[in-house]
Design a protein around this ligand. Structure first.
Ligand SMILES: Nc1ncnc2c1ncn2[C@@H]1O[C@H](COP(=O)(O)OP(=O)(O)OP(=O)(O)O)[C@@H](O)[C@H]1O
Ligand SMILES: [Mg+2]
Length: 376
């Protein structure tokens, strides 16, 4: 059952298979409703939407007031219209069974077990050991890990802002995520452009919310991808007032004006030279992600080859010299994937040297198809 401000009195059934219109008088009063926070209907996949309900009793009052009179049954959705507009809750238990009406006596519970499992299963299991090469970077990351584990040890000396820079596909996002996994920190990933709001004031509000959520859930890594998109140079910012507003809000958070204990900002860019100097100077550490060496490319090839659903039989050590300059992503997403699909289309029992050669040739010629067309 969806209820919104506009159609409060026109309930819409969401389960298309069962379009039953229930007369309000037919529904029995709900004795208990259990709600599981499930997130937004349309938002970006990679954002972290863990919500934190601190006071269950208050939540019950809030939910009851908002959804009083709604008729729901198992698996229906209720959308928040107030604190987090459009955030959906799914009914995971409704007593008595069948369609029930929420009234002042309904007990509303929050399904926290599922919440924990959800955030656990969403968390990828990538660890720093899975990142091949980048030994200097990993060494520096250890301090960040220690801080996230014991922030109180650091006081004023906390590592706050770290910049990851380097060519596309060299493992910046992967490393940041692995870092969070190592210490079981929350990982909040945002694209810099998403921080710019539609209206003046939106952007700085978003930054503020981002950091206060991060602090509430600390330890947290805030990963700002494509930083250069908003933090170019001042001339660009003056064209768009909202961008400069975002940059200023970001600067004050990065300065640690508010106590963001246990929060580390990692920003990524392909080219640090493009960054606004004021922003760039906020990073205590700039870590360079270089394209892999011969030995690293071999390791990357070998380790991803092991995960292929069709075994790979080829002289990888020899092949490595031919893919100089390839990033980890090029190796995995372009080369190995294309070779795998070729083998699959031929019903071959193995991915062979020939499949690799053919894929490489297509990449060299620039006719490698984007992933969506790889099946054709
Ligand atoms: N050093 C590496 N070790 C293992 N796998 C890697 C490595 N570098 C890249 N990969 C693979 O390539 C994928 C893409 O890497 P990632 O998204 O981290 O790159 P990036 O540096 O963030 O790129 P961009 O600048 O385009 O955002 C990873 O998910 C991983 O599968
Ligand atoms: Mg990235």
């Amino acid at each position: 059952m969806i209820q919104t401000y506009l159609d409060r009195w026109v309930p819409i059934k969401t389960k298309l298979s069962k379009r039953v219109v229930i007369d309000k008088d037919d529904a029995r009063p709900a004795r208990l409703i259990r709600l599981r926070p499930v997130g937004f209907p349309i938002r970006e996949m990679h954002r972290n939407y863990n919500i934190n309900i601190e006071n269950i009793e208050l939540f019950e009052l809030y939910a009851k007031e908002q959804w009083m009179g709604s008729i729901v049954s198992l698996a229906d959705y209720l959308f928040d219209q107030r604190v987090i507009p459009d955030f959906a809750y799914q009914v995971t238990k409704a007593l008595p069974t069948g369609a029930v009406k929420i009234d002042e006596n309904t007990i509303i519970e929050i399904d926290t077990t599922d919440l924990k499992q959800d955030s656990e299963s969403k968390r990828t299991k990538i660890k720093l050991a899975d990142v091949i090469g980048h030994s200097q970077v990993k060494k520096k990351c250890r301090i960040v890990m220690r801080y996230l584990e014991e922030p109180e040890q650091f006081g004023d000396w906390a590592p706050r802002n770290v910049l990851f820079y380097g060519a596309p596909g060299t493992g910046k996002t992967m490393t940041a995520r692995a870092l969070a996994n190592e210490v079981e920190a929350d990982f909040m990933m945002v694209r810099a452009t998403d921080l710019v709001g539609e209206f003046v004031g939106d952007g700085s509000k978003r930054i503020h919310e981002l950091y206060s959520t991060a602090a509430d859930n600390a330890p947290t890594i805030i990963f700002i991808d494509e930083l250069d998109a908003i933090a170019l140079d001042r001339s660009f910012q003056s064209v768009r007032g909202d961008v400069s507003e975002v940059v200023n809000a970001l600067l004050s958070e990065m300065d640690g004006l508010r106590e963001n204990v246990g929060v580390v900002t990692i920003a990524a860019t392909n080219n640090p030279m493009l960054l606004d100097k004021a922003i760039r100077s906020r990073f205590e550490e700039e870590l360079n992600f270089k394209v892999p060496t011969d030995g690293e490319r071999l390791k990357i090839l070998q380790s991803y080859a092991l995960t292929l659903p069709v075994p790979l039989e080829a002289d990888l050590a020899g092949f490595v010299k031919r893919i100089k300059g390839f990033s980890g992503r090029d190796i995995k997403e372009k080369l190995l994937k294309a070779a795998l699909y070729k083998a699959m289309l031929e019903d071959s029992k193995t991915v062979t040297q020939r499949h690799l050669e053919e894929s490489l040739k297509e990449i060299d010629l620039g006719i490698s198809k984007p992933p969506g067309e790889m099946f054709s």
